[in-house]
Write a protein that binds this ligand. Structure first.
Ligand code: NAD
Length: 490
């Protein structure tokens, strides 16, 4: 039996776009893309090679002077047009999002809408790239600051949400006047290929956005390439370490958006139902593979037991299964390797005293062909244990009780990561007091995903990375500063 396998007849044709050149395949290795819902190959493609990266970079560099010189209102109009084309093409994009990484079909429409919103938001900045004047010290002078694009930005994104991640970078980078060399991840390449069709249709000049589909060797070639002026990397800390070492040769700036182990603090005065629903979303959202998912639940002891019961009851109602089915709320994880990692971490968590509230082992039957892991909640977790400290990147929540506000803050901040933090309370003063002490790049009060909009800055502290995407901070990430001092003294 098993679940529906993707229909590849609607898959995009081009796996590589370099300037005017649209190629079915690159010059690298052969790659069979696996659909995680069935564990079977969808389509074989030939990935890009480091030589293809050379050509993509040369093409982007050649396109840059004209793109940089294009008046901001023209860049804005192109980005607005692109947004409309992405929205109009949502019905075609949605099955590709499911086919590439098993994300549920019912979430797909939102992904196109979100991508369109990013191009609208940053398109709106493209015609407002103003500098500023500075009141000077030390003699009569006129001083001003100008914001310059870097040139060519290399964009490397993970498989868990390629469209989401890539547009989060491309929109501000393009608005600021940069060209882009984008690497589609080998594990989930289809949505970015489709995005390239929309970019072409919108009328972007050839070479402004180039796509290479490839794996680590292609990413490494981009990072080490002297022609790429800045790298924006979204992915794991382990890869980020290699990238920083590689970038040191060319002294290239690198923006890093990395993983997390985001704390969810539930105070006894919270709306418990809402906090449980939002808490559970840390396991369900993106099939448990969202960087900013709240996966470390800290619950005030007075409501610990009722909260656990609510989580358990709600988890039982989430249908895990065929991502193409309209009543499915959670799909598979990305690969057998991921499944083994998740299962191993859960088993060790149990050995270290975790109590399995639900889930806890790989799913069988129809689910057995693909890479399905159930929503798993481990209670009574020691905050120093492996599963409490490390990113699982699967549908697994750990829950620990606390007794005071101070303890909750201490536990939440006791992490190598600092991406998101969630605070559930109805006490306004406490909400702001606690939010202001979270060592995390984005704190949500009584929220769980609403802040992932292009108008607010998003990014990490500590091992979750540095730099921000979204908001004016996201634009600044792709601009460098030129200061001009004009001496007024003859
Ligand atoms: P990964 O680090 O394995 O791979 C990310 C990308 O880097 C892929 O495109 C891969 O091909 C490429 N790559 C691998 N080795 C490389 C190298 N040596 N040089 C250059 N590029 C290389 O990460 P993943 O498994 O694809 O993604 C999961 C991780 O991403 C999780 O840790 C998750 O939290 C994180 N993530 C972070 C954000 C964020 O915005 N902070 C968003 C999504 C995912």
């Amino acid at each position: 039996m098993g679940f529906q396998h993707p229909d590849i007849s609607a898959f995009p044709e081009f796996s590589m776009v370099i300037g005017e050149e649209r190629a079915h395949s690159g010059n690298g290795i052969d790659w069979g893309h696996v659909y995680p819902g069935t564990g079977r190959i969808t389509r074989e493609i030939r990935l890009a090679s480091p030589d293809d990266v050379d050509r993509a970079v040369a093409t982007a560099k050649a396109a840059h002077p004209a793109w940089r010189a294009l008046p901001g209102d023209r860049r804005r109009d192109l980005m607005f047009r692109l947004a409309s084309i992405i929205e109009a093409g949502a019905a075609e994009m949605t099955p590709l999002l499911t086919a590439e990484n098993g994300s549920i079909l019912i979430a797909g429409g939102h992904m196109s809408f979100d991508a369109a919103q990013k191009f609208r938001y940053f398109g709106g900045w493209a015609d407002k790239i103003d500098g500023r004047t500075v009141s000077t010290w030390g003699g009569p002078a006129h001083d001003y600051v100008m914001y310059e694009p870097y040139g060519t930005v290399g964009v490397i994104v993970p498989w868990n949400g390629p469209l989401f991640a890539a547009t989060m970078v491309m929109a501000p980078a393009l608005a600021a006047g940069n060209c882009v060399v984008l690497k589609a991840p080998e594990l989930a390449p289809w949505s970015l290929m489709k995005l390239m069709e929309a970019i072409h249709e919108a009328g972007f000049p050839a070479g402004v956005v180039n796509l290479v589909t490839g794996g680590p060797d292609v990413g490494a070639a981009m990072v080490g390439h002297p022609g790429i002026d800045k790298i924006e990397f979204i992915g794991s800390g382990a890869t980020a370490r290699k990238i920083l070492a590689n970038a040191s040769e060319t002294l290239k700036p690198v923006g890093l958006e990395l993983g997390g182990k985001s704390a969810v603090i539930v105070f006894a005065d919270a709306d418990l139902q809402a906090a449980a629903k939002r808490g559970l979303s840390g396991a369900v959202s993106a099939n448990g593979q969202g960087c900013v998912n709240g996966t470390r639940l800290l619950v005030e002891r007075a409501v610990y037991e009722p909260y656990l019961q609510m989580l358990k009851a709600m988890a039982a109602h989430v249908k895990v299964g065929d991502p193409f089915a309209m009543d499915t709320f959670m799909g598979p994880v990305i690969s057998q390797t991921a499944l083994d990692r998740i299962d191993g971490m859960v088993r060790r968590g149990v050995e270290q005293g975790g109590e399995v509230l639900c889930g806890g082992a790989r799913m069988e039957g129809d689910h057995g062909e693909g890479y399905f892991y159930p929503i798993t909640v481990l209670a009574g977790i020691d905050p120093t244990s492996e599963i409490a400290r490390n990113e699982v990147f699967g549908p697994v929540l750990v829950v620990t009780p606390f007794d005071s506000e101070e303890e909750a803050i201490r536990l939440a901040n006791d992490s190598d990561y600092g991406l998101g933090a969630y605070v559930h309370t109805t006490n306004l003063a406490r909400a702001h007091r606690v939010a202001g002490q979270m060592m995390a790049g984005q704190v949500q009060v009584n929220g769980s995903g609403e802040a992932m909009t292009p108008c607010v800055p998003f990014g990490g502290m500590k091992h979750s990375g540095h730099g921000r995407l979204g908001g004016i901070e996201g634009l600044r990430e792709f601009q460098q500063v030129r200061n001009v001092w004009v001496n007024l003294q003859e």
